[in-house]
Design a binder for this molecule. Structure first.
Ligand code: FIX
Ligand code: ZN
Length: 413
């Protein structure tokens, strides 16, 4: 292959990856109907928990003093520590600048007041559309918890859905903390007890069915610690086996497991307090083997688990792996992980989700990931071309659509 041809193939892949709308399958964004739960704007960008954790590497004020500040002052402290006193090199810092730049705001002035003034010209509805356009996102999956006291009443009241936002049913307290969750379900009218018996499993299934219908959930999901074991006879394992699995089969609903988070290792950091640990991928293989008629989505937080997870996906077609979650969402690891996935399971995966907490972040998370996905993909097509197999534009478009949400939709069908 000539250099010219190599260059044009690479350019074509980048063009197609940029032009293909993505289905962002896991975020913490909300339909505008949820009001203040949908975060956007420069101050929200600056107080993203990724940046707060990084800010505390430099800021010497006591944690409690920081948390006592109003949001605008917190944002200023982070701006000072991470953008003015040092160069904003980390992925999360760079992300803020990518957003500002793509919106056409003046990045180089380093003038927070000016940036705030730019944002003040926007309203929520128009800004949602702007972010979806700039990020080229066609659909956003929210994280919806019936256990969230701010969120639950909105669902109970009902609202006209924005079709760009679809729901994911989040059930961490149910899976991880049954003793404290049973009384809540009872208070909501479900006949459950602290005992994990047949009646309790029935009640949990009714709860899951009601919420699946109410929010039209794409899948139900939980985050799990590195110590997750299956089967182990504990409450988590029993609830999965006797309530979530039958529920999933009855409703054709996939179960998403996000594994590897050690919650609250430094509680003073609040939302930024969580850390990472490697898990036993054998537990994922056992659950996929035990429930061949259930579908599983999985993303793992530890780098050292990614290879075994790819191998698990080769063994179990009821397992769909997705995303470079949280601490994995840095260029070095996105590149490595995406390359490994393509080499082990081709395009039968979803290389990335954004995990955005702030609407604007759609722009940077997808800009950064798209560039890496396109580069890795271009390498792979060049390898094919070297054998004489010339990928066509239509084939590349098909593959990119598959990677940016198509495979996920097909898996859930
Ligand atoms: O559990 C999750 O869904 C995590 O993604 C979040 O809890 C975490 O705080 C986060 O924002 C990671 O990106
Ligand atoms: Zn998340």
């Amino acid at each position: 292959m000539t250099l010219e041809r190599t260059t044009s193939l690479r350019a074509l892949v980048h063009e197609i990856v940029d032009d293909t709308p993505v289905f962002d399958i896991h975020t913490h964004l909300y339909d505008a109907a949820f009001g203040d739960l949908l975060l956007w704007g420069i101050d929200e960008l600056l107080v993203y928990h990724y940046l707060i954790a990084e800010g505390f590497r430099w800021m010497d004020m006591p944690f409690a003093d920081f948390w006592a500040l109003p949001k605008a002052r917190q944002a200023e402290a982070v701006w000072q520590a991470l953008f003015l006193d040092h160069s904003p090199i980390s992925e999360a810092c760079r992300g803020v600048l990518t957003c500002l730049n793509e919106f056409g705001f003046d990045v180089k002035s380093r003038d927070l007041a000016k940036l705030r003034a730019e944002y003040a010209k926007w309203n929520t509805a128009d800004f949602i559309t702007r972010c979806c356009e700039v990020a080229n996102v066609r659909k956003i999956c929210m994280t919806n918890s019936p256990f969230d006291d701010l969120e639950r009443p909105v669902w109970e009241r009902g609202f006209a859905r924005d079709e760009r936002f679809v729901a994911g049913l989040r059930i961490d307290p149910l899976v991880l903390d049954w003793p404290n969750t049973a009384p809540k379900l009872r208070a909501w009218g479900y006949d459950v007890s602290a005992d994990l018996n047949a009646k309790t499993f029935d009640g949990i299934r009714r709860f899951l069915a009601d919420w699946t219908r109410r929010i039209d959930a794409q899948y139900c999901m939980v985050s799990l610690p590195p110590s997750f074991a299956f089967p182990d006879g504990g409450a988590t394992s029993q609830i999965i086996e006797h309530a979530i699995m039958p529920h999933g089969r009855e409703h054709g609903q996939a179960f998403a497991m996000m594994i590897g988070v050690n919650r609250g290792v430094n509680p003073a950091l609040q939302l930024a307090a969580d850390s990472v640990g490697a898990t036993d991928v054998g537990a994922i293989e056992r659950i996929c083997a035990a429930f061949p008629d259930n579908k599983f989505l999985c993303t793992l937080l530890a780098r050292e688990n990614q290879h075994a997870l790819c191998v698990a996906a080769r063994k179990f077609r009821n397992l769909h792996i997705f995303g470079c979650w949280w601490f994995m969402n840095v260029p070095t690891l996105i590149e490595e992980t995406t390359r490994m996935r393509l080499e082990l399971i081709g395009t039968s995966c979803t290389p990335q989700h954004s995990d955005c907490r702030v609407l604007d972040q759609l722009v940077y998370k997808w800009r950064h990931s798209r560039t890496i996905i396109a580069d890795v993909l271009a390498d792979k097509y060049e390898d094919l071309a070297a054998t004489g197999w010339q990928p066509t534009r239509a084939e590349i478009e098909r593959d990119v659509h598959t990677l940016l949400g198509g495979a996920f939709e097909q898996f859930l069908q």
